[in-house]
Write a new protein. Sequence first.
Length: 443
Amino acid sequence: MSVTELTIRLRDVLESEFFEVWVEGELSNCRIWNTGHLYFTLKDASSQLRGLMFRSALRYLKFKPADGLRVVARGKISVYEPKGEYQLVCEHLEPHGLGALQLAFDQLKKRLQHEGLFDAARKRPLPALPRKIGIVTSLDGAAIRDIIKVLRRRYANAHLVIRPARVQGEGAAVDIAQALRAIARVPGVDVVIVGRGGGSIEDLWAFNEEIVARMIARSPVPVIAAIGHESDVTIADFVADVRAPTPSAAAELVVSRHDEFCGRIDRLRDRLQAAARNQVQHLSRRVHVASSRPAFAGVPGRVAMRGRHAAELTHALARLVRSALAARDRRVVQLERQLTTFDAGRRLAAIRTRLVTADGRMRAAAARCQDRADARFRHAAGRLDTLSPLAVLARGYAVARNEDQTRVLRDAAQTRAGDRVHVTLARGELQCDVRTVVDQDEK
């Protein structure tokens, strides 16, 4: 019997006797050749067994075989005739004690974390007012309905870009990655929600695949992962910019900044209106006080005329302010509509600038109106002062009345020697006795 004949007979015996065996041991010398096949040694304390896993079987492994890993292998014994060696042709491999999925999860998590894909520094903030919102999920699940319901209720103007994908089963990970890539190419998309409803670890496994994790990391816009329930954690959750406990919560996160921004606009508008009302009331009070000055007591007709003019100025100012406020309201409404299509930070700064400018113009207009009213009042007061009898007295003249002060004396002939007259000066009064009466004609 030749060596070849003996080897063939041994091969036939071994392959028929050990057609399917389960072998437990520790992996060592693991290497994947250019052909894609895995070669390894399976050993225990005193023996070792060479092993081979073809690429067609290796592609179904959820974890990465590594030296030192204790595993359970299922396969058949085969003889490699050129060297007369027997080996285990492995068809299935799983970790001993720890589930294959859990091990695969831990291995990928550790590797991506080491690469920095989980670092907080690379997490991007969500946009305040997203113009387009991308959604990657199944069209058959409740997740898509929940997301759309929340967005339509709280942000009716949102433009949704939906890319359907299988979210579980064979090929789901590739589907999700391709959908993420497609949405990244849509112009104007500001944020992406990727997710699905709850399920078992097997149902959610597509979101633990490396292809999905790396596609999320490469996304040009922030990604919100909303996978399963709050207790479910996937690799995608760690890589995403924001993790939401549920798909509905992801939609709430997208629109929460929009609500906050609209609230700030409302508060700014209210402050502008209140400031305008206060300014009008202040000016009205000043006009009223000015119209009540004592200098006008002796000339009620002129005071009334000036008061009416002041009232007209006040009404004109009020109309100006109301017109300005109405224009501001219309502009704010227009800005609120435009905010969905423009960058929030720049638009908010522009709005603030315009509001400040409008407020300054309104204050300047109010100040000019007040200055004109004050000038008119001063002019009227000056004229009244010129006509006032007190001003005449201040220049050295006096007013003489008879003793009982019932009439003003305009002619010396109205008195006789010995009469007593009452003389009013600019400051004080005199009681005088007439000693001599000199008629104008006698002069």
